[in-house]
Design a protein around this ligand. Structure first.
Ligand SMILES: Cc1ncc(COP(=O)(O)O)c(C=O)c1O
Length: 425
């Protein structure tokens, strides 16, 4: 893949005030994006402006409450453009994990005949724990194998586990542990053929590729704004026909209509205001550096909004910046003696999130050494604990994870590689 020559990295970096940070005189290099990205100025401004001009609870008869309602309405539209949905299919919550628990409890409120739920070994615990908890309600949880060599889902095992008893398949779009992009569209189709509901965790994928909920035909899909330049907000997409029937646990005072029926309590309004601007930031990248029309990841001739088209271009521009850096990192890490990279084969779809180990060194010690040089990487299992356990690494401290973002530079990658080389000696 070639670098996008129109991509102005200096402009992109200038949008993120946090990039000015230094550690022991080293400029901070943020490779911790898969754990949460940095935030552009326009998101900070939106949070600030909300608290000055719109700070009120919802549904009042006065100016700030009207403003607040408008901010939330606009955010649903922005997220609908981000995911290819309708605004009334977008709900907000505390974070993905909490929304997924709410969803799991609501979907199984009155258990029917189908009592099996499928989860995978590759998933983050947030798309496993809420389903595993349903054993208490009499559900049987079946776990699909991940191939340890390739860090990909064993599709034969998945197919074998689907049956007329499957109530729901919990599916991972992309692995936050090793970057594998899973065959989500095919997995959803197979689940639907078996008559099951699908819940997709797109938290990691949403930063790395365009989500099109209609194209993949997800029933429910979750993501988190703090993974794509926004504040700490969880987002739930629900296919309207199903979502409007969801027996969510709610207060008597709460609306029974979508999308509010799952939105318990007062929402994080200022965070929601910032989330709109996170989408606008990606759309801005699309306007500046993107390619319009073909290659946007969209199917057919479906008419889409201008902002969605810009978002799709923005996603592509980011990917075109990150992928060559990721390839360089994969090549160079693999050539360092004592370093082992974990993840899918080179021709398999993946995000620019790269995990590795250094022989004889615990991941936390490596991360600590790198941190002193201003190189921010994560260590451990990143809540993809089952995956790390299956790789046999849990006892020895897990993985070191470096994730690329649109603001990372080649110099930062070189700095990281040089330090890894030094630590591997
Ligand atoms: C793939 C994946 N799923 C789910 C989550 C949980 O998201 P949240 O922190 O919004 O609950 C994360 C967070 O790291 C993640 O990476």
């Amino acid at each position: 893949m070639h670098q996008n020559s129109s991509y102005d990295l200096e402009y992109v970096r200038s949008q993120f005030p946090a990039l000015a940070l230094t550690v022991n005189s080293y400029p901070a290099a943020y490779f911790d994006g898969p754990g949460g990205t940095q935030v552009p100025q326009r998101v900070l401004d939106a949070v600030n402006d909300y608290l000055i001009y719109c700070n009120a609870n919802a549904g009042g008869k006065f100016l700030t409450s009207h403003n607040s309602d408008l901010v939330i309405r606009e955010a649903r539209k922005a997220l609908a453009d981000f995911l290819g949905a309708s605004p009334d299919e977008i709900a907000f919550g505390q974070n993905m994990t909490t929304l997924n628990y709410q969803l799991a409890l609501a979907l199984t409120r009155s258990p029917g005949k189908r009592r099996e739920i499928i989860i995978t070994e590759i998933d983050h615990e947030a798309n496993r724990g809420p389903w595993l908890a349903l054993k208490e309600r009499g559900y049987k949880i079946l776990e699909v194998r991940m191939d340890r060599e390739t860090c990909t889902i064993d599709m034969d095992d998945y197919k074998n586990k689907l049956s007329g008893d499957t109530f729901l398949a919990a599916i991972n779009y992309a692995s936050n542990g090793v970057g594998t992009i899973n065959r989500v569209e095919e997995m959803i189709e197979l689940a639907h053929q078996a008559g099951a509901i699908t819940v997709v965790d797109a938290v990691h994928y949403a930063l790395h590729g365009p989500v099109d909920v209609k194209k993949i035909n997800a029933d429910y899909l979750l993501c988190s704004a703090y993974k794509f330049f926004g504040p700490h907000i969880g987002i739930l997409y629900g296919k309207k026909a199903l979502f409007s029937e969801l027996p969510a646990y709610r207060l008597r005072t709460q609306s029974a209509l979508v999308p509010n029926l799952i939105e318990t309590g007062t929402l994080n309004h200022e965070g929601i205001a910032g989330t709109t601007e996170a989408v606008e930031f990606i759309a801005d990248l699309g306007r500046r550096f993107g390619f319009s029309g073909s290659g946007s990841g969209l199917s057919g001739s479906e008419k889409i909004s201008e902002r969605r088209s810009q978002v799709l271009s923005g996603m592509r521009a980011m990917e075109q910046h990150e992928q060559p850096l990721a390839e360089k990192m994969l090549d160079d890490l693999a050539s360092i003696q004592g370093v082992r990279v974990y993840g899918p084969p080179r021709d398999y779809p993946r995000t620019s999130t790269i995990s590795f180990t250094i022989e004889g060194k615990r991941a936390d010690r490596v991360a600590e050494e790198l941190g002193k040089k201003g190189l921010f990487v994560w260590d451990g299992h990143f809540y993809a604990i089952r995956l790390v356990e299956k790789l046999g690494l849990l006892e020895n401290g897990g993985l070191i994870r470096a994730g690329l973002c649109p603001y990372n530079t080649e110099q930062e990658v070189d700095r990281l590689l040089e330090e890894v080389k030094r630590l591997a000696k």
